[in-house]
Design a binder for this molecule. Structure first.
Ligand code: HEC
Length: 202
């Protein structure tokens, strides 16, 4: 560092010099590295105000949407719009909440479907599984142990793995009955049970 006039020593190639104007002098910061000096050039004031404004806005936003949970978040807004547009197009927007049936009549009906639709040919008479289909009585599920997941497998099947879709062969009610029956087999420990497949239900 030197203070002679307007010139400063630097690591510039010989013969080249940096000139600091009078205006810049007032802005020079005290630090220097390898002859490199820095000017204190703060952002314009209006830009700082914009920054402060956004910080202030984010605080309001956080409190409004996340602390007091007022107003719809982006995702909720999206869902609401989807429902509104489906409603406008006349589609059925009823959300069906599936509940596993536990009454004896439904389970008997489910068992009958299990036999009539030959589920046993791939899953065993007692749901124990066989060379084709998985054990339906253990804690392990390939596609999930909830009533929704079992119903989904029955509706769409897993054609690539040899499980047929039943949506054209069974009514919605029948699918719920047989799915409930399948879930009622959980923990029955039938003989010759097939080794677990998939993930343990949590
Ligand atoms: C032609 C053989 C076959 C028939 C018939 C069959 N399944 Fe399956 N099923 C399978 C196979 C194979 C799988 C395993 C699919 C996979 O690996 O993803 C399976 C999977 C399932 C699953 C999911 C198991 C899990 O671990 O997630 C359920 C539930 C199920 N079947 C129920 C039934 C019911 C109820 C019927 C009768 C309505 C039936 N299956 C008829 C072959 C069959």
């Amino acid at each position: 560092m030197n203070n002679e006039g307007n010139k400063t020593e630097s690591s510039l190639p010989p013969g080249e010099e940096v000139t600091i104007t009078d205006k810049e002098k007032g802005l020079l910061m005290p630090n220097e590295f390898d002859g490199i000096r820095e000017l204190d050039n703060p952002p314009p004031r209006w830009l700082m105000y914009v920054l402060y404004l956004t910080v202030f806005f984010s605080a309001l936003y956080w409190v409004h949407y996340h602390t007091f949970k007022q107003g719809l978040t982006q995702e909720e807004e999206y869902q609401a719009e989807m429902v509104a547009s489906a409603a406008a197009s006349g589609a059925d927007t009823t959300v069906v909440v599936l509940t596993q049936l536990t009454d004896q009549a439904s389970l008997d009906a489910g068992k009958k479907i299990f036999n009539d639709k030959l589920c046993y040919s791939c899953h065993g008479m007692l749901g124990e599984g066989n060379a084709v289909g998985p054990n339906l009585t253990d804690d392990y599920w390939i596609h999930g142990s909830s009533i929704e997941k079992v119903v989904e497998v029955l509706i769409n099947g897993v054609p690539a793995k040899g499980m047929a879709p039943f949506k054209d062969q069974l009514t919605k009610e029948q699918i719920l009955q047989v799915a409930s029956y399948v879930l009622s087999l959980h923990g029955t420990n039938p003989p010759n049970a097939k080794a677990p497949q998939g993930e343990k239900a949590g």
